[in-house]
Design a binder for this molecule. Structure first.
Ligand SMILES: [Zn+2]
Length: 406
């Protein structure tokens, strides 16, 4: 059989570990697996890939990200989307949802339009798989770093009017179901096949169960910017933990969420019920002290996170998905990590069998994981090596800070 071969010392896909497998790749797809004998294979010449010293994993899918490498997706240009797309490939990310935050409609439209253009005509790095609207239909009480001045009450009519045909790009909408018009919008979006993710919400337990009945299926950055758990009123968090219908996003940077809470979430919901996200901002890959703006609000990279200057509130992360993978590997092992970072997000987007897996028939999107150095050594998309595979120097991760407000 002709085609490119990737000789994997270890291959982790769909929560399973395989040793000494060669992936056979043709026209950007995995077409077969072959076994090989490590001792007999001596020289591997390009274009074949010698990954005998690494673990090969399916490319990670980030369903919640705002920017990186000094660029903000809210700049709303094709050039920005491409810059972030190239940036993400460095970290083993091969697909992502462009995530506009709560902002004037004009700005949200520009970002969705730019994402649409890149999705249609091709990304220069990680592929654009659609958009995730984080707001503007959220609860001001749980705004976190979302600019409060642009928060709206939920309205089907307004959403349709403002986005029109651009709605076809939208895969996920983060909303607070308990706000005025929230339940109607939940039902409407779910009926259209758009994932309703409850987030930036002050919903009580019963309000969440009502939203689930109407079709809500995800929870945005679980624990952050949602009504916490209390034993007499389990809140949004309690409802997320208790209901298997809801898949939970998790920013596993050990800052937004204490490692014990991350562990508890996975124990409560099972490996299939949690999806890692980066919630990465402009500050990803940028040095400590780097300043940027979130819709007119100054933010700074501080202690390994992005924080609003005005009140210290967490304003998204400075990590990429490789950090989530690392933390998950350290707690549960790489097989579980591959579910949370690769398979589950792909499945959520209906891309099962194509993305988030390396079984025959899948897109040849993968990366090499250096277990010893705990880092990505190279990323391939549709069988092509991405040029910016080298990781930039990033600051040491900080200890967990007790000052968590988002
Ligand atoms: Zn976000």
């Amino acid at each position: 059989m002709s085609g490119l071969r990737v000789f994997c010392g270890q291959l982790v896909t769909d929560g399973q570990l395989y040793r000494d497998v060669a992936l056979v790749i043709e026209r950007g797809r995995v077409v077969a697996w072959e076994s090989f004998d490590k001792s007999q294979v001596r020289h591997i010449e390009p274009p074949d890939v010698d990954a005998r010293a690494y673990t090969v994993l399916p490319g990670m899918i980030d369903i919640h990200i705002h920017g990186g490498g000094g660029r903000d997706l809210m700049e709303g240009t094709v050039e920005t989307v491409q810059a972030v797309s190239r940036h993400l490939a460095r970290y083993g990310v091969t697909g992502f949802l462009v995530t506009p935050l709560t902002a004037p409609w004009e700005a949200i439209r520009a970002t969705v339009r730019a994402a649409q253009e890149v999705r249609r005509y091709g990304a220069e790095g990680a592929q654009v798989l659609g958009c995730h609207l984080e707001g503007p239909f959220i609860n001001p009480v749980r705004a976190g770093a979302q600019p409060p001045e642009f928060i709206r009450t939920a309205s089907i009519e307004e959403l349709e009017r403002e986005l029109g045909s651009l709605m076809e790009e939208v895969r996920i909408v983060t909303l607070a179901p308990e706000i005025e018009g929230g339940y109607e919008l939940t039902r409407y979006l779910a009926n259209q096949g758009i994932i309703v993710s409850i987030g930036h919400t002050d919903a009580r337990y019963e309000e969440v169960t009502r939203a689930i009945d109407l079709g809500a299926r995800h929870a945005t950055h679980c624990f952050n910017a949602m009504r916490p758990f209390q034993h007499r009123e389990p809140g949004t968090v309690g409802a997320v933990l208790a209901h298997p219908e809801l898949k939970a996003e998790l920013i596993w940077d050990n800052i937004h969420t204490h490692p014990a809470s991350a562990r508890l979430l996975i124990q409560a919901k099972g490996v299939e019920g949690v999806l890692c996200i980066s919630d990465g901002t402009t500050g990803v890959g940028m040095p400590e002290g780097y300043r940027f703006e979130l819709w007119g609000h100054a933010a700074v990279v501080q202690g390994g996170a992005a924080r609003l200057v005005e009140n210290g509130s967490l304003a998204g992360s400075t990590i990429a998905m490789d950090t989530c993978l690392r933390h998950c590997e350290q707690t549960f092992g790489l097989m579980v990590a591959s579910m949370l970072c690769c398979a589950n997000p792909a499945r959520a987007l209906g891309l099962e069998g194509h993305k988030g897996t390396l079984r025959p028939g899948a897109d040849a999107d993968f990366f090499l994981w250096n277990h010893e150095r705990q880092q990505v050594e190279g990323t391939w998309i549709a069988g092509c090596r991405q040029e910016s595979a080298q990781l930039p120097q990033i600051e040491q991760e900080s200890e967990i800070t007790p000052r968590i407000t988002h």
